[in-house]
Design a protein around this ligand. Sequence first.
Ligand code: HDE
Length: 682
Amino acid sequence: MSDASHGKKNKKNKQLEQFRSDDNGKKMTTDQGVKVSEDEFSLKAGERGPTLMEDFHFREKMTHFDHERIPERAVHARGFAAHGEFQVYESMKEYTKAGFLQDPSVKTPVFVRFSTVAGSKGSGETVRDARGFATKFYTEEGNYDLVGNNIPVFFIQDAIKFPDLVHALKPEPHNEMPQAATAHDTFWDFVANNQEAAHMVMWAMSDRAIPRSFRMMEGFGVHTFRLVNEQGEAHFVKFHWKPVLGTHSLVWDEAQKINGKNPDFHRGDLYQSIEDGDFPEYELGVQIIKEEDEFNLDFDILDPTKLWPEEDVPVKLIGKMTLNRNVDNVFAETEQVAFHPGNVVPGIDFSNDPLLQGRLFSYTDTQLIRLGGPNFHELPINRPVCPYHNNQRDGYGRMTINKGPVSYHNNSLADNTPATSSEEEGGYVHYQEKVEGRKVRKRSESFKDHFSQATLFWNSMSEPEKQHIISAFSFELGKVGSKSVQQQNVDMFANVSLDLAKAVADNIGVDHPQGGGSDVTKSSPALSQKNTKKNPSTRKVAVLVGEGFDGTEVSSVLAALKVEGVIPEIISEKLGNVKGSDNIEFTADHTFLTVDSVLFDAVYAVGGSKVSDRFHQDAMYFIDEAFRHFKPLGATHEGKKWLKKADLVNSKGVVLGDDSSEFASNFSKAIASHRFWDRQLI
Ligand code: HDE
């Protein structure tokens, strides 16, 4: 609560307050403010007679309803957002004059929208896909948007190919299948015939594409940008978001089941964490390269299919973002927010990455149709918190009432205002990069190595991560109908790793590749999730409790787990109270009917002296499934019988005990480990 009452005092929130409306307890009126006397029956000529056009309330209600939908985003349609704040750790003056990166005492309001890329607005959230990670900083110098993804590279090198990529990955046009999935012919046909996709495809087939939570994934600005300081000196920069809870993923089988059990899994997780005060936190990181070192790496820093290995160019953590407030209205805020990689502030500038340059065109263009005209910057969520004045006028839905006759520049009637600002006064002056060249439709030779970093990524994976990638390729290509496309992909990925290509070829029944192989031996440990942070905080544990459980002991285990930040939820035979010894009762949050093991991070089997056969059976299934998804299992008292019966007691990540404090501490360590990959793979 200390945190500025969850960001309620910040400038953006105060601005939004002017637009909020609470209908609770109010009288109903028309949009014109006329009180409504009847809202259930339309106006008719006689009880059984025709409805009359003069029923203005009916007309208004129906017309508004008829126009309620707007086009969904062409990509990133399925998203969820939250408000928060960003604070820099120390002044970044040396590199940038951006005002919000100067003063550690300043909290800059932010709005962050997470999304999947391929699926429609109503699609499942735990699909295999990149995730959007778009942040709007409402700075005193205007809005700065860092419109990133959770994967640091992209499928293509030139924006002109984006429509092709998206046509290939969206559902196929003749039958609109499959929804929110790349496991189909056109996507893989695109990959094999546009081999610059190799590196990002490796990420998309890895665990990164099935995050456990929006709170547990990294974010990347992807492109190389520029930071420019007060002296006009520029540095190249890549932006990173590092989740404080570490980077963690689901298991593919689990991810698919979650989509059935709870298609709102990721938004529910984000929403509830914020409601519970477990505010998601991310550190902002920068990798910086001096202008004169532009050509010192073994790839082109303008190529968006390349990352800068953290071991070569360290990530400097420069600040922290905390998401501390849910939206009041998803349509008004999350749906109407308009991000744009071209929304920059003085001190942040572009590079010649051809993918970035093309994005600068696309976002406003798509928003013009999605949000219905050129005034979407006036929507409350998109407004800057600093004043804005210019000669833009009119258009659909214009809200600002610009006074006076003058709407042009230069003028004398208004003293030539609104006036431009010099660089010293804070005017945005584009970095004066010297550019020379012929007009050509070409790709630079320096962009032509598509495989070295794909192999770097492969080399950096732990053995279980490699197995997951092989399985993902085998799943996706296994769904492809064309033998030729399957073979082309196996042949292509042989350039990344022969082991990978052969394993996939065997799984999908095509020939081993003819050539291939890579001589890249380098790896980047920072890319493996094995090396991420481990923390039990906010992990959800299913506590399987039956009538007659040991009241005192189990209560003390749960209390100890809560101290570690773990969130236990009670599953019992029916909702309501479940009685244990020592007059202790728990309230069941769920039954086996309402939840499933895939919705939890770990299982604590407690049991009870009086459980029914049915409960026993359901618990065995629940535990077995959690085990197959490599989840930590804990058991005390009668619960141990279940694990013994399933023959799991000697497996990794299975914690048994009777001493409640020792058990709680061991179990909490196991929960922090996230998953136990060295169990037998299923
Ligand atoms: Fe986007 N992208 N994109 N993109 N993108 C959109 O803009 C586009 C790219 C990203 O939550 C669209 O308002 C082109 C890379 C996010 O509202 C559209 C190219 C990265 C979001 C568009 C790219 C992104 C979008 C669709 C290749 C990571 C969701 C709706 C040149 C750095 C933002 C919209 C939100 C959304 C175009 C590639 C991130 C069509 C042309 C690379 C997070 O304008």
